[in-house]
Design a protein around this ligand. Structure first.
Ligand code: PAF
Length: 277
């Protein structure tokens, strides 16, 4: 496995590979890798000639007061995980932006609600960094986890709207044995907080079970969900159309339930598919 830090060297290498018709698979990350990230690598590895993972804690997607400075880092552990996953190139830039960087990629509509409403500017930061990474890494396919469900929808839309020649693959969310969705931020949780955090997935599963049992009324489903959330602050609990992300009144077709909540200072997100029988 090669490790590179220089964005231009990475781009040069990628362009040479593309000229030789090699396929490039790409897993962009912010590091502190866990088995959720590993599952993304495992999904892409058999589908490409050359597998690239990037690690970059992108300042543009953090809002003021968020955990940019404390974001957990483990470059050595990350390199070990990547090497074990058969990664060919680990791209770890010091910085990704040129001095005077002045361009923002912004997707409207899909970013209005959910995390977009609570984290102003967050998705502009994500789409700006992902489009720049696509320009550097020149992937033929890139994978993003369904854990960040809105992010995946926004990146799919950006890729389509800008006609970027990259196939976007959505990967299923990975949970720990206690149901908690894997996240680098779980590291912030104390033992007691971890028990509280389990109520996110428990709530979503309760909503899922209620839908499977025939409950279609979103207001009632959300009320049920709110009673089982044991968190310090609910950011949102919503049931939306899985493509447009618009709120629904009745679950009379496939839908997505999404939650964001604070346990202590830690903001956690989770989501599940709702399939009425
Ligand atoms: O999902 C993430 O880890 C980040 O938002 C991403 C896609 C790597 C962009 O910084």
């Amino acid at each position: 496995m090669h490790i590179m830090a220089d964005p231009h060297a990475v781009q040069l290498d990628a362009l040479k590979r593309r000229a030789r018709a090699e396929s490039i698979g790409f897993v962009p990350t912010m590091g502190f890798l866990h088995s959720g990230h590993r599952s993304l690598m495992d999904l892409v590895r058999p589908r490409c000639d050359h597998l690239v993972v990037s690690i970059y804690v992108n300042p543009l997607q953090f809002c003021p007061g968020e955990d940019l400075d404390e974001y957990p880092r483990d470059p050595e552990g990350d390199a070990e995980l990547c090497s074990g996953a058969g990664v060919d190139l680990l791209f770890m830039p010091e910085t990704l932006y040129e001095p005077g960087h002045a361009s923002t990629v912004s997707v409207s509509g899909l970013t209005d609600g959910l995390c977009g409403a609570r984290r102003p500017g967050h998705f502009d930061g994500v789409t700006t960094v992902v489009s720049r990474l696509f320009g550097l890494v020149q992937p033929t396919l890139a994978v993003f986890g369904e854990k960040d469900y809105q992010q995946l929808a926004v990146i799919r839309r950006m890729t389509r709207d800008l006609a970027l020649p990259v196939e976007i693959i959505g990967a299923p969310l990975v949970r720990d044995t206690d149901g908690l969705a894997l996240s680098s931020r779980n590291k912030y949780l104390s033992a007691d907080q971890r028990i509280q955090a389990q109520s996110l997935s428990q709530t979503l599963f309760a909503i899922q079970a209620a839908v499977a049992a025939g409950n279609r009324d979103v207001r009632a489903l959300l009320a049920l969900g709110r009673t089982s959330l044991n968190v310090d602050r609910i950011d949102y609990l919503e049931i939306v159309d899985p493509d447009s992300l618009q709120p629904m009144d009745r679950v009379d077709r496939p839908a997505r339930a999404l939650v964001a909540a604070f346990v202590g200072q830690t903001r956690l997100i989770d989501n599940v598919a709702l399939c009425p029988a």
